[in-house]
Design a protein around this ligand. Structure first.
Ligand code: FAD
Ligand code: NAD
Length: 467
């Protein structure tokens, strides 16, 4: 198709949004290129996000289980357990290398041309990538996001003292005391990694509770569980300064609403107060494309921006900054460009925090649902789930929120060791417009953690069996 243009589609950014868009476009027969300034494909997610963090979460969980003697009661007796941090990091790098290399393979297989370098617009259909200028009938902006800086707290990942998530994934040694600024997803996941490896972790959160955006009961339960695990969680508190002094960092914290400040000392500080969209250097002004007051590019439901021929997806547009949301938007935008109907149901995007226990949710929180009308909820604790009990892993619960009138499921929230996997069933049920009764009358294998979802659905009408 690409006669007057070099390409039918140029995707800028090869994260989960961009690489998926490029592959789907190529599958649909469009001549496709993808510009990426990083040395490897896969974006934040594969290089410095989802994948390396999950590698360290998995490895540190194994270490904590072995070191803490949790296996002994199951009759698994170990000798001395030592940490080899270099080996742990090497295994993480290997997983990252395999996965980023996998995207390179998929690009070759699907004939997506990788243009190496930073892209900047010259015109809506003309983009400079490194030293080369290419034209494309459609350009998809999928440039993702980067860490939000905190004034007065300067990140220096190489120094290893005040770091962002990228630095915290590669600390050269276990800090004795780690202060995490921001009790959100990154703070709790990476805080968990280093706590398991031996750090005393203090989480400083500006708001009254950790994990903003999640269901209220989930936030409370998680705060309890994390405190039990040894996290020192200081909510309604802000860090006003952090200064490196040799091998330590001197911090000053005070109540979020103002008041007396307090000194805090750490061996490392993680700044994890959110992420912001990447648009610097794209030269959006060259095409008259403006960002909103949060720096995001606005699109319609087909992912068209206000400039004809220019589309946007992923972390750079509004919505949760999640890899699977970016991927689904990548598929939809490619299908829309190819003349098909690409749709993403933004009301059903699951979210998962990969701590132990995992935290997962999809749809509305109970608070949001109540604002829309009358709701019924059903809750089932893992303490009453036979498999969780057998595994001696009973923290958490499942909660189903349904419309009181129609019984349609509006949201499902869970805290539990397998919540990240279990939430897919809830998302699918909601995508099919399920009622709580539909879930309650679906046969679930026994003994599985998933039975807790069935029982929570049964509890919506007051009829769980095991509590
Ligand atoms: P990105 O993955 O950010 O990719 C954008 C790419 O564009 C980058 O590679 C960048 O180099 C490139 N780029 C930017 N500007 C240009 C330019 N001008 N020219 C060329 N290339 C450019 N999400 C989950 O769903 N699950 C998780 O478990 C999870 N864990 C995370 C852990 C951490 C530590 C972090 C930081 C994030 C995590 N996320 C997770 C969020 C997830 O990584 C992002 O939501 C996802 O990567 C967004 O995808 P994207 O394609 O929009 O952008
Ligand atoms: P976040 O928005 O999850 O959490 C940031 C936290 O910092 C919030 O609780 C906020 O109230 C707090 N905060 C903000 N300013 C503060 C300040 N000055 N002092 C103290 N606390 C402050 O952001 P994040 O943890 O940095 O993660 C960024 C993004 O990456 C998120 O949008 C998330 O969706 C994504 N991510 C997802 C996963 C996952 O899906 N498992 C994992 C990691 C990151």
């Amino acid at each position: 198709m690409a006669d007057e243009f070099d390409f039918d589609i140029l995707v800028i950014g090869a994260g989960p949004g961009g690489y998926v868009a490029a592959i789907r476009a190529a599958q649909l027969g469009l001549k496709t290129a993808c510009a990426e300034s990083r040395e490897t494909l896969g974006g934040t997610c594969l290089n410095v996000g989802c994948i390396p963090s999950k590698a360290l979460l998995h490895a540190s969980e194994l270490y904590e289980e072995a070191k803490g003697g949790a296996l002994a009661k199951f009759g698994v007796k170990l000798g001395d357990v030592d940490l080899d941090l270099d080996a742990m990091q090497a295994e993480k790098r290997k997983a990252v290398g395999e996965l980023t290399g996998g995207i390179e393979f998929l690009f070759k297989k699907n004939k997506v041309e990788w243009l190496k370098g930073a892209a900047a617009f010259e015109a809506p259909n003309r983009v400079k990538v490194g030293d080369r200028t290419v034209s494309a009938r459609n350009v998809v902006i999928a440039t993702g996001s980067s860490v939000t800086p905190l004034p007065g707290v300067e990140v220096d990942n190489d120094g290893g003292r005040i770091v962002d998530s990228t630095g915290a994934l590669a600390l050269p040694e276990v800090p004795r005391r780690l202060v995490v600024i921001g009790g959100g997803v990154i703070g709790l996941e990476l805080g968990s990694v280093w706590r398991r490896l031996g750090s005393q972790v203090t989480v400083v959160e500006f708001l009254d509770e950790i994990l903003p955006g999640m269901d209220g009961e989930v936030r409370k339960e998680c705060a309890k569980i994390f405190k039990k695990q040894g996290f020192d969680i200081r909510t309604a508190t802000k860090v006003t300064s952090a200064k490196v002094d040799g091998a330590t960092v001197a911090l000053s914290v005070e109540p979020a609403k103002g008041g007396d400040s307090q000194a805090l000392e750490a061996d490392a500080v993680l700044v994890s107060i959110g992420r912001r969209p990447n648009t610097d250097g794209l030269r959006l002004e060259a095409i008259g494309l403006k960002t909103n007051n949060r720096g995001q590019i606005e699109t319609d439901h087909e992912f068209r921006t206000s400039v004809p021929g220019v589309w946007a997806i992923g972390d750079v547009i509004p919505g949760p900054m999640l890899a699977h949301k970016a991927e689904d938007e990548g598929i939809a935008v490619a299908e829309n460009i190819a003349g098909q109907t690409g749709i993403v149901n933004h009301a059903v995007i699951p979210t998962v925090v990969y701590t132990h226990p995992e935290i997962a949710g999809v749809g509305l929180t109970e608070e949001e649902a109540k604002q829309q009308g009358e709701v019924k909820t059903g809750k089932f604790p893992f303490l009453a789930n036979s498999r969780a009990k057998t595994n001696r892993d009973t923290d958490g619960f499942v909660k189903v929120i349904a419309d009181a009138r129609t019984d349609r499921v509006l949201g499902v929230w869970m805290v539990g060791s397998l919540a990240g996997t279990m939430i897919a069933q809830a998302a699918q049920a909601m995508e099919f417009g399920a009622t709580s009764e539909d879930i309650a009358y679906t046969c679930h294998a026994h003994p599985t953690h998933s039975e807790a979802l069935k029982e929570a659905a049964m509890a919506v009408t007051g009829k769980p069996i095991h509590i």
